[in-house]
Design a protein around this ligand. Structure first.
Ligand SMILES: *Cc1c(COP(=O)(O)O)cnc(C)c1O
Length: 388
């Protein structure tokens, strides 16, 4: 029999330090490895499997589309792409959607739109994009430049020019940066995910949104991780009562298939014209059919249930032995533990729970529909490991 771990080590590029587990199948929030061991999945493939593994509604939507047409090209119309775009616009009040395949690409599109808008409106030198320190916006050279974490940059210079990073939750500092540069856009995550599951302050987000509007600076909210029901609202910005000019998303939108979306408000809906941007796979009918089956189920009752699960998780960990603090929003939770987060995650795997880390924290991103019993069981195990 072929040794998968060894074969992977030999032939797959060395960019992932994988855990010694080969996942082969699953149902809902339970996944199974090649030895038949079961795990409760508290990471859902990094907030991707919104309804867990092999959800039957999603499978039906995807396989029905697959048996009709797997791909055409963006030279032609397809129904799932149009229906999904309409659905996203109706649920957000945005006006148009550009589809791509990943979070980084969704952000690339947003950056292009913002730069073209500013260039058309204010002049070619208005190209600076302000992002926050500790942010994460992707791995392409341009989205790495947007990412406000030096250690991602060091090996890849020169990066794309025109990005400036400022401290989160410091509005005065942001204004200084905005005024010292010819600023096209401000881009931020409402909850910094990779940065340690840290929610931005409501005052800061509101002030930034008001300031951007006043100065005609494009406000881009990166909802790649926070979006699609993750925080208990369809998009995290909705928790803050703001209206961004551009919203980017990916991860959970396709329920496990690669799809990125850049949502454009009225102000910027026509900034890009024919030929200004494109993607071969973007808006793929199978991925869009999967996304329709996810987005259409994120109604108020479902989102309220996400919120109550969140409350339950917060209450379970607050004050628990070995736990220093709990942060985040909805089903996007960071637990600061007394022991190193990496050690906790390893121990949890042994005990049959898959969790993630973010900086110094244990990060939980369970499927949005995880049942309460399974959730309780996972929390008990994680708490037990934290207390050991
Ligand atoms: C994951 C992530 C990205 C990058 O998404 P990819 O699909 O990996 O390109 C961008 N922004 C945020 C906030 C993310 O969490």
């Amino acid at each position: 029999m072929i040794d998968i771990k060894q074969t992977d080590k030999s032939f797959v590029a060395n960019t992932y330090n994988r855990f010694p587990v080969e996942i082969v199948s699953g149902k809902g929030s339970i996944v199974k490895d090649s030895l038949g061991k079961e795990y409760i999945d508290m990471g859902s493939g990094i907030a991707v499997n919104s309804f867990g593994v092999s959800d039957h509604v999603w499978i039906k939507a995807v396989t029905e589309q697959l048996s009709n047409l797997q791909h055409t090209s963006n030279l032609y119309y397809t129904e799932p792409c149009a229906i999904l775009a309409k659905m996203l616009c109706e649920k957000t009040g945005m006006n148009k959607v550009f589809f791509s395949n990943s979070g980084a690409e969704a952000n690339e599109c947003a950056i292009k739109v913002a730069r073209k808008y500013a260039s058309d409106k204010k002049g070619k030198d208005y190209h600076t994009i302000i992002t926050l320190k500790n942010s994460f916006h992707g791995r392409t050279i341009t989205t790495l430049s947007a990412t406000g974490q030096e250690h991602y940059h060091e090996l890849f210079n020169p990066l794309t020019p025109g990005f400036v990073h400022t401290h989160a939750n410091d509005f005065d500092a942001l204004i200084k940066v905005a005024e010292a540069n010819k600023t096209a856009a401000i881009m931020m995550e409402c909850v910094q995910g990779e940065g340690g599951v840290i929610s931005l302050n409501e005052d800061f987000v509101k002030s930034v949104a008001d300031y951007a509007k006043e100065k005609d600076i494009i406000l881009i909210i990166d909802e790649v991780q926070t979006g699609n029901g993750r925080t208990g609202e369809l998009y995290a910005y909705m928790n803050y009562g703001i209206k961004p000019d551009i919203v980017t998303t990916a991860k959970g939108i396709g329920g496990g298939l690669p799809l990125g979306a850049t949502l454009l408000s009225e102000k910027v809906e026509n900034v890009l014209g024919f030929g200004d941007h494109g993607s071969t796979f973007g808006g793929n009918p199978v991925c869009c059919a999967g996304a329709i089956s996810i987005i259409s189920r994120l109604d108020r009752a479902f989102l309220d249930d996400v919120k109550s699960k969140s409350e339950y998780i917060f209450n379970s960990f607050l004050g628990a032995e070995g736990v220093k603090s709990v942060s985040g929003m909805g089903l996007m939770i960071g637990i600061e533990t007394e022991k190193p987060a990496g050690d906790i995650v390893k121990k949890c795997i042994e005990k049959g729970v898959l969790c993630l880390t973010a900086k110094n924290k244990v990060r939980l991103l369970p499927a949005l529909n995880i049942d309460n019993k399974t959730l309780e069981k996972a929390i008990d195990i994680i708490k037990e490991v934290c207390a050991e």
